[in-house]
Write a protein that binds this ligand. Structure first.
Ligand code: NAP
Length: 301
């Protein structure tokens, strides 16, 4: 198997995290200690693993982490109270509400309650709107990680035709907005598209965010396309459970110029960009607090 085509998300995430660690150290020297609060409702095993990993990465980067583990039966009002307390706490720079939430919680209302300046997931409507207007806002971590990988793999993205498969609020839509900002021509396909495959065949860049194991094989891809596989699907492979993407990796590999593996592609980038967003939020909040004359003279981003 050719390894030159592999886009190594683990290595890229390590580079991002090294930079984040350096930035945290710089901020601390200036009296700013970035802090991330993570709220987890319920006992979902996958969410528990994600939260553990986020806390671990934060600690490694020198970011203070606060963990709020709330019971499955936590009411909407109780959750909103916790969020309000964290919003009001100047020692907390980032607030992450781990999804999915129990069915009785209104997800949109809970996400909307987070102060947009502390919204390190970039899901608040103010940040979503800002992204679509091309303003400098906190942007969702997974699409930001994909952009980093794409820039490393392709260099200038201007003028390239990108097809995004999937239109979720978490991945597909912000991904399309970021690609547009990078001057790509962007096509978004979804479950109602009648011509997803033929549109995909025209793409220089394919972002697969569907949640369907190995849906996209070589027949969907233009020779030389760059493929970013966001999908994480657990399948039973001859009695053994394993993770695969939305792209049929073995089929696609000979056809593409570069591709992310699953695991080890986009996954590690999501956490790395959560840390980067936390540092950005901490810096922006500190800058807002300080007067013009003593503005924080850090040129981190
Ligand atoms: P989602 O909310 O379920 O959205 C899936 C999207 O795929 C929807 O827009 C859906 O269309 C579209 N779709 C479904 N079947 C399709 C088909 N046959 N052809 C074209 N489009 C189709 O999922 P998500 O949250 O975006 O996540 C997508 C995948 O990425 C999942 O595997 C998830 O686990 C993974 N993920 C990974 C990371 C990471 O860190 N690597 C982060 C987030 C998500 P409709 O809108 O018409 O229903």
């Amino acid at each position: 198997m050719s390894t030159t085509k592999l886009i190594d998300g683990k290595a890229a995430a390590a580079r991002v995290l090294t930079q984040v660690k350096e930035d945290v150290a710089t901020l601390k020297r200036d009296g700013i200690e970035p802090a991330l609060a993570v709220i987890l409702l319920g006992e979902d095993p996958a969410s528990q693993v994600y939260v553990r990993n986020k806390i671990l990465r934060a600690e490694e980067a020198g970011i203070r982490s606060l963990e709020y583990r709330l019971g499955t039966d936590t009411s909407q009002a109780q959750l909103l109270n916790v969020i309000a307390e964290l919003n009001a706490d100047p020692g907390v720079n980032g607030i992450l509400l781990q999804l999915p939430l129990p069915a009785h919680i209104e997800e949109a209302r809970a996400l909307q309650a987070i102060d947009p300046r502390k919204d390190v997931d970039g899901f608040h409507s103010e940040n979503v709107g800002g992204l679509s207007q091309g303003r400098d806002v906190l942007t969702p971590c997974t699409p930001s990680g994909c952009m980093y990988l794409l820039r490393e793999a392709c260099g200038d993205l201007s003028g390239k035709h990108a097809v995004v498969i999937g239109r979720s609020n978490i991945v597909g839509k912000p991904m399309a907005a970021l690609l547009l900002q990078a001057h790509c021509s962007v096509t978004v396909v979804h479950s109602r598209s009648t011509d997803a495959k033929s549109l995909c065949q025209l793409a220089d860049i394919v972002i697969a965010a569907v949640g369907k194991p190995r849906l996209i094989d070589a027949s969907w891809l233009k020779p030389g396309a760059v493929v970013i596989d966001v999908g994480i699907n657990r399948i039973d492979d001859q009695g053994r459970s394993r993770l695969v993407g939305d792209v049929d990796f073995d089929s696609a590999l000979p056809q593409v110029s570069a591709i992310t593996p699953v695991p080890g592609g986009v996954g590690p980038m999501t956490i790395a960009f959560l840390m980067k967003n936390t540092v950005t939020a901490a810096l922006q909040q500190a800058q807002a607090q300080r007067s013009q004359s003593e503005a924080v003279c850090l040129s981190i981003y």
